[in-house]
Each structure stands twice: as C-alpha cells, then as structure tokens.
Write a protein that binds this ligand. Structure first.
Ligand code: SF4
Ligand code: SF4
Length: 416
C-alpha cells in the first residue's frame, strides 16, 4: 500500500461519473491496443480512479502501475461521447500518487529528468556532455560493452539522441516582411531550442513572411508541461506564471511549434488563476499560418503526416497542418494508417516506460513503411526524436521533419 486516501489532489468525482462505461474509447487507447487489459484502458483507469475517490481502494502499487502506463495521449477524450476530460482526471491522479513518491526503480531517472529537462540551461549543458560522449568514441565503446542493458531508461535516452546541432541564437525581434498584420511572440521551448533550433528559425521566418512581427523574449523558460503530466502541479504553476510574465501583454498571439507545450499552455487558464487571458492567446504555428498568405514554390516530395497526440487530441488540430502541406505545389500528401495513434514518445514516457514505448513505435514504423513516403511530418519534437530513432534502427530511409521545415523549403523554392 503506497497511500491510503485520495487526499486534496483527488480527481473530480463528478467528472469521473460522466463515464457511462460504454467502451467506445477502448479501441482508440494505445495501451489497451497493445495489452488488451481492461485496467490499461481509459474505462478501466476511470474505474480505478472512482474506486479510490469513493474510498473503496487505496492507491496501491497495482493502481499506480496502471496509471503510470497511461501515455496521457488523450485519444480517449477524442473518442468519448460523454465528454469525459480524461487528461485532467489523470493529472489529478498523478498529483495524488506523487505524494507517495515514484516506484524505487524509477527514482533516480525521474530525479534526473525533472532536474534537467525543464531547465533550458541545464538541458543545454547535458546535451553538450552527450556531444563529447559521442565525438570521443565513448559511445561506441559503451554500446559494444552492453553496459546500458540493465539501465533501460538511460539506454532509451542514449538511443533517442543522434546528434546535437550547433546552437544558433535567435534575435529578440524579427520584423514583418511587407505589410504588418500583427505582432506575435514565439515560444522557443526546451528540447526544441537545443535539438530543433532550425524549426524555431523556420517558424519565425514563416511568421514574418506571413506579415507578423515576431517577438522572441530571450529570458523565457519552460512551459511546465512535463511537470504537469507528472503531477508536479506546484512546479507547473510556477513555470506557467514565469513564462506568461516573459511575454509582452500586447501580443496578438503566443505561437508554439511544439504540440505538447501548446496543449499545456492553452489550458493554463483552467487551473491557474489569472492566466486565462494569456492562455486564450496561445496558438499552434499551423493555426496561425493556415489563415495567412504564404509564397510557396514546388517540392517534389511524397509526405505522410503523423498526428502528434497533443495537437490532434489535446488541441483538436488535424486539418490545419494538412491544409498547409497541401498548399505546397508538387507535394503529395499520403494517408498514414493510425496516424493519430501515439508513437510512444509522450513527453518523457519513452524514457520511463521504454517497453510500451517501443511496442507503439514498432506499430508506427510499420504504418510508415506501408505508405512508401520518404518524408514523415510531425509537429512535436518528442515525436520527431522518437520516430527518427525508430527509422534509424529499422533502417528505413525516411526523413522526419516538422511541417514548418517543408513550408520553409517551399518558401525558398518560390520564384515569384
Ligand atoms: S490518455 Fe491515452 S493511454 Fe491514457 S487512457 Fe486515454 S487513450 Fe489510453
Ligand atoms: S468512451 Fe467515455 S463514457 Fe465511454 S467508457 Fe470511455 S470514458 Fe467512459
């Protein structure tokens, strides 16, 4: 027994009771698809939450295991006809479980993840160490020795990283090209600014081409999404408040190109007093660009689009990225089977639950191989890392890119 009572962070019983046990969500749930276990489905997890909330069970290790295995992908929310907000139930449940602490086998890894990942400076330093590890030849030795075999979380982290690009700082402001239609802020993110700085540069350039002045506050930190999904609600709130304060109050939108960050930021107002006006101005880059004119030249490419969970399920944005890619002359967009089934990345889930993450990645790779596409587009850095890792390991000759990278290349190809 880890803890006896649900406590102050307990999920909302009225929300739990909205579940009518119809089971429509089950086939959409990645963990149910892999395991076929009721308690690893949304309905089963809600049943457990209800039993705990009504005092019929404690927060046992079994309870925790079924909750830990949940990806927080929110595919069940999309499927649910009763409108159960599973994401917020999960956040409250994880906050409850946090009081009892993580399972002993995950303590060190979680401590490392949460003391490094949400801190852009520390993350940059850790990635610098990784760069040395790779360039010195140590990586080859470690891999050959099988040293990481007993450390699945560390092995997953090591396998995810291929290379760390050189840092390319961004200016504080980028002026609008042509007639200005507004002024927006750009979130640079944590993983994004270090591993996909090119995506941030492409995002800013496209927004400028579309007619926006782009403000990029250099002091901005992490959005707190990782902490929210882990039940670290105090840390999440502190980060949200600091992030909102870093952006000028008169911006039309705060633009993100990381689905997980955007989803968390759009919901700041639901759980943090005073942040509703900031949250209302948050937009994914594809939402902003879909409504703008962009000069796009031809790209002779066949592209499959993967729906990042926190874009499709968290923000309900499916059409905008497809519409944008469809505007590129010559680009053939092909259907990816199960495109909105999680790839197993889910924030740091692939480090904490590498077995389930791997099973989901294998399914995603099989669907990708079926398309014959040489390019897969996905609008979240976690998906980019996870799918790229899978393609490398399976030997698939497929480039994994953010949609803005394709749009920026098409803008370069524009002849006027
Ligand atoms: S959030 Fe995803 S993994 Fe969790 S219960 Fe819902 S569909 Fe399943
Ligand atoms: S679809 Fe909704 S109401 Fe039906 S079992 Fe799933 S969570 Fe409950």
């Amino acid at each position: 027994m880890r803890a006896d009572t649900p406590g102050a962070e307990a999920p909302d019983l009225a929300e739990i009771r909205k579940c009518v046990h119809c089971g429509i969500c089950l086939p959409q749930c990645p963990t149910y698809r892999v395991l076929g276990e009721e308690m690893d489905s949304p309905r089963g997890r809600i049943y457990l939450m209800r039993a705990a909330a009504e005092g019929r069970m404690g927060l046992t290790e079994t309870f925790q295991r079924h909750i830990d295995l949940c990806l927080g992908c929110r595919a069940c929310e999309t499927a649910c006809p009763s409108g159960v907000m599973f994401g917020s139930l999960l956040e409250a449940t994880r906050a409850q479980l946090r009081r009892a602490g993580p399972p002993p086998s995950q303590r060190l890894l979680r401590a490392f993840v949460f003391s490094v990942f949400p801190w852009p400076g520390r993350l940059g330093a850790a990635l610098g160490v990784f760069k040395l590890y790779k360039r010195s030849g140590l990586r080859r030795l470690v891999r050959a020795s099988g040293l990481l075999r007993g450390l699945p979380g560390l092995a997953a982290m090591e396998a995810l990283l291929d290379d760390v690009p050189a840092a390319t700082p961004m200016p504080d402001v980028i002026r609008a090209r042509g007639q200005s239609i507004g002024r927006v802020g750009l979130l640079t993110g944590c993983v994004q600014r270090h591993l996909y700085a090119n995506v941030n540069h492409d995002t800013a350039r496209l927004l400028s081409l579309a007619g926006y002045e782009v403000v990029i506050p250099s002091g901005q930190g992490c959005c707190g999404a990782l902490e929210l999904h882990a039940g670290r609600t105090d840390a999440h709130e502190a980060r949200a408040r600091a992030l909102a304060a870093a952006f000028p109050a008169d911006l039309d939108f705060i633009v993100t190109n990381a689905a997980g960050c955007g989803s968390a930021m759009k919901e700041y107002g639901r759980r943090i007093s005073g942040l509703a006006p900031f949250a209302a101005r948050v937009r994914d880059v594809t939402e902003v660009l879909a409504g703008a004119a962009l000069p796009l030249g031809p790209l002779d490419l066949t592209v499959a689009y993967h729906d990042a969970c926190h874009l499709a399920h968290g923000q309900r944005l499916r059409e905008e990225p497809r519409q944008l890619l469809g505007r590129i002359p010559g680009l053939r967009l092909v259907e990816l089977g199960d495109s909105d089934l999680c790839c197993g990345s889910a924030g740091v889930y692939n480090l904490l639950e590498p077995g389930m993450a791997r099973a989901l990645l294998e399914r995603k790779l099989t669907r990708i191989a079926e398309t014959g596409a040489r390019v897969v587009a996905a609008a979240n850095p976690g998906c980019l890392l996870q799918i790229a890792r899978g393609c490398r390991e399976r030997g698939l000759d497929v480039a994994i890119v953010h949609p803005v990278e394709l749009l920026a290349r098409a803008a370069d190809a524009y002849q006027g």
